[in-house]
Ligand binder design. Structure first.
Ligand code: DX5
Ligand code: ZN
Length: 216
């Protein structure tokens, strides 16, 4: 299987988002990763459904929406209406993840759970069957440009083993501090989708960065 690359628009220039969406498309990346932060669940604030809706006419790519918000269940429908193709929410932000995964599926889009670095894998052991993807945070969420937390690579390995043992097809996504130097390591540990913010937007040859990672 090839590795998917999902550039995160958190590192894009917000004043010219239509152009930045084209930059992502022209790089031949697979998905567009959209980081929603509410200033409560994480100490930073980005954007919500109306702004995502305004991006939608400028791109046909998959919108992979990463909700870093409290009570995500209140907003799932709004994000779907805004144009999300995939929604992941944090297990730390809610008590009934099984129900919310089902709600996302009922909307006809892909669902996923995200785990902060401090959250053990056993938190998803009984709901992973409902996940199209599991997003492992390799930094503490809230900001781009942080350094990958190395011990989390073991968590990717354990998640891969859990998926294999349960005979599932769940995709493993990693997010935070991913770059050309550590991409191979996370892919070898089992990651299928690599989110890249600063490494993508700082790259002078985005096409080759993307194709190198897709080939891992
Ligand atoms: C961080 C976000 C990430 C961020 C990654 O909370 O979830 O998606 O954009 O940025 P980099 O790749 O710069 O760590
Ligand atoms: Zn993210």
């Amino acid at each position: 299987m090839t590795t998917y690359v999902a550039p995160s628009i958190l590192s894009a220039d917000f004043s010219k988002m239509a152009e930045e969406l084209k930059v992502i498309e022209n790089s031949n990346a697979d998905w567009i990763h959209i980081d929603v932060m509410d200033g409560h669940f994480v100490p930073n604030l980005t954007f919500g459904p109306p702004i995502i809706k305004s991006f939608r006419p400028h791109s046909k790519m998959v919108f992979d929406v990463h909700l870093m918000i409290e009570q995500p269940e209140r907003w799932l429908e709004e994000y779907k209406k805004a144009g999300a193709d995939r929604i992941t929410f944090h297990i730390e932000a809610c008590n009934h993840s099984h129900r919310y995964l089902a709600s996302i599926k009922e909307m006809g889009i892909a669902s996923g759970i995200t785990l902060n670095p401090q959250t053990p894998l056993c938190a998803i052991e009984n709901v992973i069957e409902e996940c199209d993807q599991v997003l492992i945070m390799t930094v503490n969420p809230g900001f781009g440009g942080q350094k990958l937390i190395e011990p989390i690579i073991d968590k990717i390995r354990s998640l891969k083993a859990m998926i294999k043992e349960k005979k599932l097809r769940t995709l493993i996504q990693v997010d935070g501090g991913i770059n050309a130097d550590n991409a191979k390591k996370v892919v070898e540990a089992g990651a299928d989708i690599l989110v890249m913010g600063s490494a993508f937007f700082n790259s002078t040859d985005k096409k080759s960065l993307v194709s190198t990672i897709q080939a891992l």
